[in-house]
Write a protein that binds this ligand. Structure first.
Ligand code: GLP
Length: 240
């Protein structure tokens, strides 16, 4: 794993943008794996700014998101589909028909997982962006998820529900279940870019980089990826 330590969130976002821009420079029709959460917001701002200033086009780009809450529609302002439009897709010229995410309202969850896995299998991602949970989760793969798992539905842990409650009016509104790509889908991407910001991520980052590879810390699987870049700010990298 290549490790880049940034002095602050602004530098982290700039360096992440440089990694993303290199992929897009090489292939204007790149397939991007994208992520939600607060950490990638700065990167998405840089991508939008670059699009405004340089006219870089995303018309040929396709995007796959990692995860989506079960039970939320695409226009619910807490859905990850909505988050992606607000923070990135509505600010660049990507074709929304080429942006994929699990359907939170799919009537049969197992069928939705199969549909998403099939799409992922036939559309290899050039890069997969990730954040990391304070307990070492990636996407919504909580500790204990077998590494060979593909897209599935998870019951969110109390810890994750509490962490994500900050985005909702009340913790009771946080969905209890979510669709998520599994560790296996994540590892299938050609390149991985994982971002970590803030002191509450320091233990997870340490475990991911220096700990044993274990399903108890899902992000540790990234040690086995041949082309993984971690960009962490000083706080998140404090224990490295
Ligand atoms: C959520 C998301 C993850 C994200 C994590 C960290 O649970 N499903 O994909 O990486 O939270 O979020 P944040 O970047 O807001 O710390």
């Amino acid at each position: 794993m290549k490790i880049i330590i940034a002095k602050d969130y602004e530098e982290l976002s700039q360096k992440a943008f440089e990694v993303m821009a290199a992929v897009l420079d090489q292939n204007p029709n790149a397939v991007l794996g994208l992520a939600t959460g607060s950490t990638p917001v700065g990167l998405y701002e840089k991508m939008a700014e670059d699009h405004r200033k340089t006219g870089r086009s995303y018309k040929g780009v396709s995007a796959f998101n990692l995860d989506e809450y079960v039970g939320l529609s695409a226009d619910n302002d807490q859905s990850y589909r909505y988050f992606m439009r607000k923070n990135l897709f509505d600010k660049i010229d990507i074709d929304l028909n080429k942006t994929e995410i699990e359907n939170g309202l799919a009537p049969v969850a197992e069928e939705e997982c199969l549909r998403y896995n099939a799409l992922l299998a036939k559309t290899p991602r050039d890069i997969q962006l990730l954040g990391i949970g304070a307990n070492g989760h990636i996407a919504f793969n909580e500790p204990g998820t077998p590494f060979d798992t593909e897209t599935h539905v998870v019951d969110l842990t109390q810890n994750t529900i509490e962490m994500n409650a900050r985005f909702f009016k009340d913790i009771s509104e946080v969905p209890r279940r979510a669709f998520t790509m599994g560790p296996k889908n994540i590892m299938d991407a050609r390149r991985i870019l994982i971002l970590a910001s803030g002191a509450n991520k320091a233990d997870a980052v340490y475990g991911m980089v220096k700990g044993t590879v274990t399903e108890d810390l899902p992000a540790s699987i990234l040690q086995r990826h041949p082309d993984c870049v971690l960009i962490a700010d000083k706080e998140a990298a404090a224990r490295l």
